[in-house]
Ligand binder design. Sequence first.
Ligand code: ATP
Length: 446
Amino acid sequence: MDKIVALSKRRGFVFPSSEIYGGLASSYDYGHYGVLLKDNVKARWLEAMVRERDDIVALDSSIILHPRVWEASGHVSGFSDPLVDCRTCKQRFRADHLADPEHEEVRCGKRPSKRPGETPVCDLTEPRQFNLMFQTRVGAVEETGVDVYLRPETAQGIFINFKNVAQIARRKPPFGIAQVGKAFRNEITPGNFIFRTLEFEQMEMEYFVPPDEADEWYRYWVDERYRWHLRYGVRESHLRVRPHEAEELSHYSSGTSDIEYLFPIGWSELEGIANRGDFDLTQHAEFSGTKLEYVDTATGERYVPHVIEPAAGVGRTVLALLCDAYDEDDIGGEQRTVLRLAPHIAPIKVAVLPLVNKDGQPEKARAIYEQLRELWPTEYDAGGSIGKRYRRQDEIGTPWGVTVDGQTGEDRTVTLRDRDSLEQVRVPLDELGDELGRRLADPWRS
Ligand code: ATP
């Protein structure tokens, strides 16, 4: 993880937030390549959820919703962690993590670092419930304002729009509503980089189905989402589906599976898929007084659809992709670090480099760059030795490098370098676009 954190900072993927003020725990800012990578993750998700399908539509709901939404959803009363404070080291821990072997990383603040409660000076409080929702106030005047919450998940914005979408989009179950957006949780456990942050983006889809089809669609979505992660390069040996045990299930769920990735911190949740039954629509119907059901106007049939929810985090997906792609190898005795990102995920697809900064090479390279950037995210790089520039592109995961050299002026060919195989071939300039297009269209194998 330290290597991933260092590379992320060195190459401008992710910075610690508010760094010049000493940082803010569990908060990170995304730099240039981080933004491009994150945008690609979201685009691939929306592509698979909305663009390639006829049965799912998009939504972008508000971050601040009517406060009753969170009463209906159960978040006001139930969205909390049991916390324990240590009066000696002033650290705060999740009570349920203290004796859990899966959370070995939970350590007391005193040296030598042991599990909280294991040193003679540890002085732990009784567990207390701590609500994870951030509260704020709407209204300029303190006395007349209304307490509201920053949403801790995007899902509720979808449920409360069920009627709008079902009517306007003229959808009949099974159909889904997909949303990508920020969510906020007052997380108190140590962050593990971007794995767990105070604010993060979620990619959630609520799939509304006839009640008797719920089990079948639940299995379908577990499978579908597992395959999505594989499609973009995550190694199969690092990905698994873990069905929840009966005692782990939320009260409303009749089935939940986590898609887990083998992060450097161990197997951890990347995405959750839940069969939520009719809990959400029934709750919102009761709290709002609005009927939320499907009515077939032809047959008069009416029912409250059941919901299957695949919920993924953008930051966690980015972290899994970075961990999976990170590699170190040896080229002719020289160490290199390389991100073997799938081309559809890589922030930059092609780098165009003049071999030397003279003899008209920069001008020729720049002209090629101007053409390619119209097709794909492309970078022009003329600074430093050619080896250094390749190394830089390898570290940001650029799959292909195009080098203009002395021969280019003579026979209008360039060198095309492959990040992973390091193969270099000469390609006529006129065929470069087609060749890159062909390579991008090839199925990706990690
Ligand atoms: P965890 O058990 O790790 O806290 P969760 O089960 O509470 O996660 P969900 O409520 O199912 O998470 O949220 C769906 C997805 O949103 C998670 O699989 C994860 O990818 C992402 N996510 C949840 N909380 C955070 C967070 N604090 N930081 C980053 N991503 C998060």
